[in-house]
Design a protein around this ligand. Sequence first.
Ligand SMILES: Nc1ncnc2c1ncn2[C@@H]1O[C@H](COP(=O)(O)OP(=O)(O)OP(=O)(O)O)[C@@H](O)[C@H]1O
Ligand SMILES: [Mg+2]
Length: 153
Amino acid sequence: MFRKLLHPTDFSECSAKAFEYVKALCENGIAEEVVLLHVVNKKRVEAMAMGVAWFGETALEFEEEFKDRLIKEAEEKLKKLSKEVKCRVKTIVCYGNPVKEILRVAEEEGVSLIIVGSHGRSNFEEVLLGSVSEELVRRAKAPVLVVRRDVKI
Ligand SMILES: Nc1ncnc2c1ncn2[C@@H]1O[C@H](COP(=O)(O)OP(=O)(O)OP(=O)(O)O)[C@@H](O)[C@H]1O
Ligand SMILES: [Mg+2]
């Protein structure tokens, strides 16, 4: 039932907790395969580019630059994480809307369980569930394991 896992990560403290469950399911032989995924958020990159665009230079050039840099950084981080997993691992970095890309990869890869943190980088105190995890619970076809930010590991 949990043969192939999808772990979307934003490299936050909370997603690191979710990753502990990914590793455990691999170590005890329940899962056989893991897809580690990071989505570089296009909206965020566009906002960053708008913020630094100067007269004479378009935001578009900065967007490309930020995008490339963030994709590279994410690839390196995922590679590091993949070394900690004791089953077959695939790493994917996408560019676009996080929820949309996560749902697409979940379908394309035919995963049997999605493991996310309850919160991510924003980690607002008063928010019950981050918008990405909430949308995944609402829309994903595969079951979603949401790991609380205050879970003791
Ligand atoms: N860009 C992303 N790529 C891959 N996984 C992500 C991404 N963003 C969030 N996630 C996953 O979703 C979980 C919840 O993050 P989410 O973004 O919903 O919370 P938040 O950052 O606290 O709130 P919000 O983004 O709504 O302000 C993370 O722990 C991570 O597992
Ligand atoms: Mg977030």
